[in-house]
Design a protein around this ligand. Structure first.
Ligand code: NAD
Ligand code: UDP
Length: 392
């Protein structure tokens, strides 16, 4: 625990608070819990259906001789295994807290077109009671949306060689100015983005009409350790995680990395530990964060998916497959109804002005530490599972 009182950006001491974190057992939640336990005096009521990724924070450490087994943060994190779809305990937990952070969602693109109903329910319907309980009980809410609410860039509708495609006005994504451009309804990929957009609009309206104190976060491809799962190791064999885990899995199995539709889409990747700093600033500076929507990404880390594959092959140091990458159609990889965001460059003006936050970690460095983690965590299990399938 921090011995010296923490100060907010205005120089005032920050009072310890209780945070109801829904989806705390996921990728982002696990890093946020770690940060809150290690560096702040705040208490977390961690809500999720799983806790594997935060077990190391919950379980007492190995018993040292003559010592009581304790974490330095003992008593400041409690896990509540509950499904927010149907659990009456949720309102009580929100009432006990000063702040609610909602991270719960189905948020893997492979689900958007294959499980559109679950996707819409999870990202819109299931979030409704959370917003209502916060509004009715005058509790602050930090809600996790997505950069995907921007959809496609304006520039993507111009001819391929049009000079305006290079004009930032046609591609940089601004919270208070850019439109949200989705494909047709039959492209069910957009079910997620559309559900997230509607919950953003509802939260915004609760703020405008009923005075809800809210902050909306739009993550731009946060990546790092503990993201998603490796198919057949700690997730379903047929499951399709997000690109970091897909490529890590391919690398560790020494198989070609699959480039969907040639890997021409562009993304900006930000290191989870940089992004968590931004969330902590939001938590501890309500006066500067309330009422705002924040892009959280790293505009300097832009690559095509193909370039990402090439860099990951280099960084991993794994002997690449004979053919390092192969092109696959999106229909083959994701099924009917897939579509893609072409380019995602976050405008950083608002987060810079309100919170003074800037990302630090280069793409190479964040991949280096993340792939070291992936290797340490999965290489042996993958080797054993491959040996077993050869033997049988
Ligand atoms: P994640 O899947 O790792 O975490 C989500 C967690 O929510 C999971 O642990 C899951 O068990 C839990 N959850 C889902 N439904 C629940 C329910 N009904 N009841 C209780 N718990 C439930 O995802 P993540 O990457 O940590 O993302 C967190 C949030 O950030 C999501 O809202 C996502 O849409 C948003 N987001 C993340 C990224 C990114 O780069 N990681 C990008 C855009 C948006
Ligand atoms: N992708 C790919 N190969 C894979 C997995 C993903 O080419 O094995 C592509 C996907 O089509 C998209 C990008 O990588 O263009 C990022 O996908 P991700 O699932 O990480 O999420 P998104 O950024 O689309 O939300």
């Amino acid at each position: 625990m921090a011995a010296v009182a923490r100060l907010d950006l205005g120089g005032s001491p920050i009072a310890p608070m209780t945070i109801c974190m829904i989806g705390a057992g996921g990728f982002i939640g696990s890093h946020l819990c770690e940060k809150l336990m290690a560096e702040t005096p705040h208490t977390v009521l961690a809500v999720d259906v799983y806790n594997d990724k935060i077990k190391h924070l919950l379980d007492p450490p190995a018993y040292a001789e003559g010592q009581q087994a304790r974490h330095p943060w003992d008593g400041r994190i409690q896990f509540h295994r509950l499904n927010i779809k149907h659990d009456s305990r949720l309102e009580g937990l929100i009432k006990m807290s000063d702040l609610t952070i909602n991270l719960a969602a189905i948020c893997t693109p492979a689900d958007y077109n294959t499980r559109p109903l679950d996707t819409i329910y999870s990202n819109f319907i299931d979030a409704l009671p959370v917003v209502r309980y916060c509004s009715e009980n005058s509790k602050r809410l930090i809600h996790f949306s997505t950069c995907e609410v921007y959809g496609k860039t304006i520039g993507s509708f111009l001819p391929k060689d049009h000079p305006l495609r290079k004009d930032p006005e046609f591609y940089v994504l601004k919270e208070d100015a850019s439109p949200c451009i989705f494909g047709p309804i039959e492209k069910q990929r957009w079910s997620y983005a559309c559900a997230k957009q509607l919950i953003e609009r509802l939260i915004y309206a609760e703020g405008a009409e009923n005075g809800l104190e809210f902050t909306i976060v739009r993550p731009f491809n946060w990546i790092g350790p503990r993201m998603d799962f490796i198919p057949g190791i700690d997730g379903p064999s047929e499951g399709v995680p997000r690109v970091l885990a897909c490529f890590s899995n391919n690398l560790l199995r020494h198989e070609p990395l699959k480039l969907v539709d040639g890997g021409q889409s562009q993304r900006t990747f930000v290191y989870i530990k940089d992004a968590i700093e931004a969330v902590l600033l939001m938590i501890e500076n309500p006066a500067r964060a309330n009422g705002h929507i924040f892009n959280v990404g790293n505009p300097n880390n832009e690559v095509t998916v193909k370039q990402l594959a090439e860099i990951m092959i280099q960084v991993s140091g794994e002997p690449p497959a004979e053919v390092p990458t192969i092109d696959v159609s999106s229909k083959e990889f994701y099924g009917e109804g897939y579509d893609d965001s072409d380019k995602r460059i976050p405008d950083m003006t608002i987060i810079n002005k309100q919170l003074g936050w800037n990302p630090k970690t280069s793409l190479w460095d964040l991949l280096d530490s993340t792939l070291t983690y992936q290797h340490r965590t999965y290489a042996e299990a993958i080797r054993r599972s491959m040996a077993k399938s050869v033997a049988s």
